[in-house]
Design a protein around this ligand. Structure first.
Ligand code: URA
Ligand code: CA
Length: 444
């Protein structure tokens, strides 16, 4: 077997067998096959695709490229969650606390932001003292004692994904269904949870731009999860506008805490309740997802989620006093208001570009390894359908570099389209995909 033949075969649209897939995955992980050949192969996969069994083989081969986590010492059904990546997607922080508060253990391994999307680990680093690099034994101890923990995925897990994701990011091969499905599912399988809830984003600010591809991605991942005995449910949710009001790192932590204080935005809270309800159902603490949703809602109302969040912060070395005093989080020097030049209704937002602007300000990485500025970002509390008046402040740019901030404030308006006539709200949750099939959850 040799890599050139494998590239040629995929280039002509052939189906690769398990041995060929394992050959390139292990060869690349061990450094025996160079970046340029895997780049060519990834591009061939991007154009030619992979069928279900190739994608499943790729996923399992990726799992074998690194260590796996054994969570059997954690009591109960461990449920994990993963988002395919979005803008102002501050779901994980409140979600882990709310699910843990209901007695389902959450041992969550998260990643850093990439491209225009944010990452939970970066956000958490704005909390003074909070540790995200925690040895597995301590991680398990915290989950058993407190009910939940969020740590950075160990570099020893899924070596193939670490290397391939970085390569995909710079070779235009991120937005491929088999490549995203195997990337996400290999990490979830290696991280050891019993059940998995996936939030597959769709729309301008997501990797999947249309509903058909999002559905195909969701079905592919659910099938892979179920084929290895991990009960997997996916929700397809809207990313045609930022989900929450904050795009950045410390401001997203603030927003997460506000959700737990009962002051979260409607759309963000609805996604948290939906995914949380499903996690409680899979974790055996609710008879169905509707009951789970009610329990999550209750844990926001009675403060149980907030209390659990403070416990998690403390267990991971953080100082929870920021919860009552956000000035303890990194603060930007300049707050630049953006005012509307027109009166009307918000019709459309270039969400991916809004995410890129936050990255440009320093909230995200332009390239791998860049240092990010935890304090900066965009506060943008408007949603499609909202009415705005000329001169009204519709967003605030938080910057540490004044000229960059002013540039972003100027350009942000060009990413928003207005209409003189009333505009309908966007749908939020489109489909649920599980072993039972596809359930439609919105009206067209
Ligand atoms: N998130 C991942 O973890 N992998 C992808 O390929 C895309 C989004
Ligand atoms: Ca776009």
């Amino acid at each position: 077997m040799n890599i050139v033949d494998i590239i040629e075969r995929k280039k002509y649209g052939n189906v690769l067998d398990a041995k060929e897939i394992d050959y390139f995955v292990q060869g690349y992980s061990k450094g025996e096959i160079p970046d340029y050949q895997i780049s060519a192969l990834l591009m061939a996969i991007w154009f030619r695709g992979m069928n279900k069994s190739e994608t499943a083989e790729l996923t399992l081969s990726m799992v074998r490229s690194g260590k796996t986590v054994d969570l059997s010492k954690i009591n109960g059904i461990k449920v994990d969650k993963h988002s395919s990546g979005g803008v102002a997607d501050t779901v994980s922080l409140p979600l882990v606390a709310l699910v843990a508060a209901n007695g389902v253990p959450v041992a969550k391994m998260s990643g850093r932001g990439l491209g225009h999307t944010g990452g939970t680990i970066d956000k958490l680093e704005s909390i003074p003292g909070f540790q995200t690099e925690i040895p597995t034994e301590k991680f398990i101890e915290i989950v058993n004692r407190v009910g939940g923990a969020i740590v950075s995925q160990s570099g020893e897990l899924v070596i193939a994904d670490k290397k391939m994701y970085a390569l995909r990011d710079v070779t235009g091969t991120v937005d491929s269904i088999p490549l995203i499905a195997s990337s996400i599912m290999s990490k979830k399988i290696a991280a050891g949870a019993d059940a998995i809830v996936l939030d597959v984003k769709v729309g301008d600010g997501a990797f999947m731009k249309d509903l058909d591809s999002a559905l195909e991605l969701a079905k592919t991942m659910v099938e892979i999860g179920d084929s290895v005995g991990r009960n997997t449910v996916a929700y397809i949710t809207d990313m045609n506008q930022p989900l929450g009001d904050a795009i950045g790192n410390s401001i997203e932590v603030e927003e997460a805490v506000n959700v737990l204080k009962g002051k979260g935005g409607k759309r963000l809270v609805e996604v948290i309740k939906t995914l949380g309800g499903e996690m409680l159902c899979l974790g055996g603490k609710a008879k169905d997802s509707a009951e789970g949703k009610m329990l999550i809602e209750k844990s926001i109302e009675n403060g149980a989620g907030l209390k659990k969040f403070a416990e998690i912060v403390k267990a991971q070395g953080g100082d929870p006093s920021f919860i009552d005093d956000f000035s303890k989080l990194p603060q930007a020097k300049f707050k630049i208001p953006v005012s509307s030049k027109v009166s009307g209704y918000i019709k459309e937002m270039e969400t991916e570009n809004i995410g890129k602007f936050a990255a440009f300000l320093g909230a995200g990485r332009m390239k791998k390894g860049d240092k990010i500025d935890l304090a900066v970002g965009i506060m943008f509390p408007k949603k499609v359908g909202d009415k705005v008046e000329e001169g009204e402040t519709i967003a605030t740019i938080l910057a540490n570099d004044k000229s960059k901030g002013e540039e972003a404030a100027e350009k942000l308006l060009s990413l928003i389209k207005f209409s003189e006539n009333p505009v309908k709200e966007l749908p939020l949750i489109y489909y649920k995909v599980s072993e039972k099939g596809v359930e439609k959850l919105f009206n067209e």
